[in-house]
Design a protein around this ligand. Structure first.
Ligand code: SF4
Length: 337
């Protein structure tokens, strides 16, 4: 068990998500299952932004969706504000759903092309009874202003907007149900670099102004750097390191985190030339047949015999740092394990 936290708004406990692998002419026969999220324990504290990073296909987006119960977990529990989501009645779940929202990588696919963007933003307010037809227009106009859009754009359709504007509409729609917690699933990955900074600044400003809590999913450590208070690193369905932002960037412990940071360019050429890199070998293995022991061992430059046989557990090294790596088996701990 890792990451018990008294100040958690959201907690994943031993969360597992498996997808069936189907075969046969009609693809009805299950021949195997892929464990996309494997026994994850993670807490997101009230008011914090927790960055969740890892390569494509590591399970981070699936974890975000499972935490919101947009994907039903195969095993484990998600606690939201102390309530286990899998035990809630339909009515209670609807009440909680209002408080948990998602911002998607591609807002265009989450917007109905036949609805005006004003209607799309009003919809969650009406569904959750936060507004009626009479005052929804004014509330939508306020939300447009909040996300930096001109309310006169409310009558237009999604295809009339640029990528950055559409992401602002996606953010307005997420805010419309007055949530406490938002999973931001690669919200800037599809945008130009100059627009990325604007959207990240907007999300940061909204967090302060509205007291939001974020799980910010990204494949790039540089993207989460500005926004996150802590960072969790995921590899092949498992969390391998969690640390406060400053510590993870200054002194990454896990070889996978070191490799992710090594891959990010440093603007200062002299520093770039001097720095030591950790490079991984080969490709990310299939989650259908993950390696024995530590899942990173076929790629890890620091692997040793134990790594091939024994799976390292996520251990708490001090009050704030958690790592799953045999290199730290003898390091002093302050709990967890
Ligand atoms: Fe590398 Fe071994 Fe640590 Fe896994 S447990 S990251 S293989 S050193």
């Amino acid at each position: 068990m890792a990451e018990p936290d008294d100040n958690a708004l959201v907690e994943a406990r031993n969360l597992r998500v498996e997808f069936p692998v189907l075969s046969g002419l009609l693809r009805r026969k299950q021949v195997a299952s892929v464990r996309a999220v494997d026994d994850v324990n993670l807490a997101v504290r009230r008011g914090e932004a927790l960055g969740l990073v890892g390569e494509s296909g590591c399970g981070k987006s699936t974890l975000g969706r499972a935490i919101l119960h947009l994907i039903r977990p195969t095993a484990g529990t998600v606690l939201f504000d102390g309530h286990a989501l899998d035990t809630l009645s339909e009515v209670a779940m609807r009440r909680h759903r209002r408080r948990m929202q998602m911002i998607f990588q591609d807002p265009y696919s989450s917007l109905n092309p036949r609805m005006t963007v004003g209607e799309a933003v009003a919809e969650p307010m009406l569904v959750h009874g936060l507004s009626d037809e009479g005052d929804s227009q004014e509330k939508v106009a306020d939300l447009f202003r909040t996300v930096g859009l001109d309310p006169r754009m409310m009558t237009r359709y999604p295809h009339e907007f640029s990528g950055g504007q559409r992401q602002r509409i996606g953010i307005a729609r997420a805010l419309a149900s007055e949530p406490d917690f938002i999973v931001c699933d690669e919200p800037v990955s599809a945008l130009d670099v100059s627009i990325q900074a604007q959207i990240i600044n907007l999300l940061e400003r909204l967090r302060g102004a509205l007291g939001l809590t974020y799980l910010f999913v990204a494949h790039d450590l540089a993207i989460v750097r500005h926004l996150s208070d802590r960072v969790a690193v995921m590899y092949l369905g498992q969390i391998v390191e969690i640390a406060p932002k400053d510590e993870i960037y200054a002194r990454p412990l896990h070889p996978y985190t070191q490799a992710l940071l090594s891959a990010a360019p440093i603007p200062d050429r002299a520093v770039e030339a001097r720095r030591q890199r950790t490079l991984l070998q080969g490709e990310i293995p299939s989650p259908l047949n993950p390696p024995t022991g530590c899942r990173l061992h076929p790629r890890c430059p620091k692997a040793h015999a134990t790594c091939r046989a024994v799976e390292p557990k996520l251990r708490q090294l001090d009050g704030q740092r958690w790592v799953a790596c045999h290199l730290y088996d003898d390091a002093p701990t302050t709990g967890g394990g």
